[in-house]
Ligand binder design. Structure first.
Ligand code: T4K
Length: 378
């Protein structure tokens, strides 16, 4: 029997992409020379233009993080009442609804893509429903066509949490062009980052003006404050790092694509392991995450066993997204969150495991991680 060895150093689910210190120092010098640190400075203006082009969207507004951006998206569309969303997401998604006094209505998910089950949305609409807040989970696009047709039929707004979907395209169209507004997160753990940061994307010039007011306290000029805004501004250091990181993102995407292919190859025939879902042929993915599912009956071990056992080998995978948002104490009393209402999400939450995925890993590292996983099988 061969014994599988662990790693000498911890292998985390991800590591941020770091630009060189020289590049950062040069940009910091520009900022010091400009004597401008925040409030729509030159780095901010430049990054906004660069990202608008890169992400192929008509309009884009930068934010200090993705959560505040999504809060402002709800405010800018004046959402209220109930909003249909997914339980299989990061806490920020339903939290922004709550912070806007909106009740999240959890809809079950698709068993393959793990995104909101677009075919179920219509049955959940009531007179209180004002919008659909869908998430392109792990960068796999939602069924945008079905979601839009349901929204059009009932006069609902569509907001996408595209936190995971930087650089994703459908048939050459930027993912941020679907729905009324899309949010992206530029958190350090994302494929592309600005240390912390985020953006809203949409196709409406008037909406951009409103969003830009809302993220700056509603200040129109020194004499007029025209709406109750918040402080959602990205500062110059974040924007400068973002400009540097644009030069890294395609290489990082390609490295992750190659590592994803190694996972696919190594785990293809392992009973009880479901690979990262594939997208339609016309989708350009970002390969940010590699997520497997562990079927306890077929694999002989549970996801929790795998997660715990991996740690003994210095591998720190993550259970994104367990617990489901509908299982949080602040939401589990909602009728849509009752046990048994969300069977696919509940099963997925028990089975998913985000595997280490970042450009600093080698193909051999991934083969070793897969070897460790296979050694757990009973
Ligand atoms: N919507 C969705 C669907 C989201 O996934 C998120 C964020 C949001 C909205 C909100 O966007 P932001 O407001 O964050 O812009 C991480 C991220 O903090 C969070 O941004 C992300 N989703 C979520 C999926 O993952 P944690 O609590 O798992 O992060 P943490 O600190 O445990 O980091 C994960 C691993 O990364 C660590 O084990 C080690 C490594 N790491 C992390 C950091 C911060 C480093 O090596 N260096 C670092 O600096 O939430």
């Amino acid at each position: 029997m061969t014994t599988v060895k662990g790693f000498d150093k911890p292998i985390y689910v991800t590591r941020p992409v770091f630009p060189t210190l020289d590049e950062v120092t040069a940009k910091l010098r520009e900022i010091w020379d400009s004597q401008w640190l925040t409030n729509n400075g030159p780095q901010h203006q430049a990054l906004e233009q660069e990202l608008t082009r890169f992400l192929k969207v008509p309009y884009l507004s930068l934010f200090n993080n993705g959560t505040i951006a999504l809060m402002v998206a709800c405010q800018s569309l004046r959402l209220s009442g109930d909003v249909i969303t997914t339980p299989f997401t990061f806490a920020a998604t339903p939290h922004v609804l709550s912070w806007n006094n909106i009740r999240p209505i959890f809809c079950d998910i698709d068993p393959v893509t793990m995104n909101i089950d677009a075919g179920r949305i219509e049955s959940m609409i009531t007179p209180q429903t004002t919008a659909i807040l869908a998430v392109h989970v792990f960068g796999i696009p939602c069924d945008v066509a079905t979601i839009q047709s349901v929204a059009d039929k009932y006069g609902l707004r569509v907001v996408y949490d595209a936190a995971h979907a930087f650089g994703v395209e459908i048939a050459g169209r930027g993912i941020g062009t679907f729905g009324d507004i899309s949010m992206m997160s530029f958190h350090a753990t994302k494929l592309y980052h600005t240390l912390e940061g985020g953006a809203l994307m949409h196709g409406d010039k008037n909406l951009k003006a409103r969003i830009d007011l809302l993220k700056n306290f509603g200040i129109k000029n020194e004499e007029e404050v025209v709406m109750p805004g918040i402080n959602g501004k990205m500062n110059e250091v974040q924007a400068a790092v973002g400009r540097i990181m644009l030069g890294y993102v395609e290489a990082e995407r390609e490295k992750r694509r190659q590592l994803g292919a190694v996972y696919d190859e190594e785990l293809a025939d392992v009973p009880g392991i479901t690979l990262m879902p594939k997208a339609a042929a016309d989708v350009k993915l970002n390969h940010q995450y590699y997520v497997i599912r562990v079927d306890e009956a077929a694999f002989g071990r549970s996801r929790d066993y795998v997660y715990d056992e991996f740690k003994k080998y210095n591998v720190f995978a993550r259970k994104y997204f367990h617990p489901l948002c509908s299982e949080f104490t602040c939401y589990r009393q909602l009728p849509s969150a009752r046990a048994g209402e969300l069977p696919v999400a509940e099963k997925t939450g028990r089975e998913v495991l985000s595997m280490p995925m970042y450009g600093g890993l080698s193909a051999d590292d991934v083969r070793k991680i897969c070897g460790i996983l296979k050694s757990f099988r009973r």
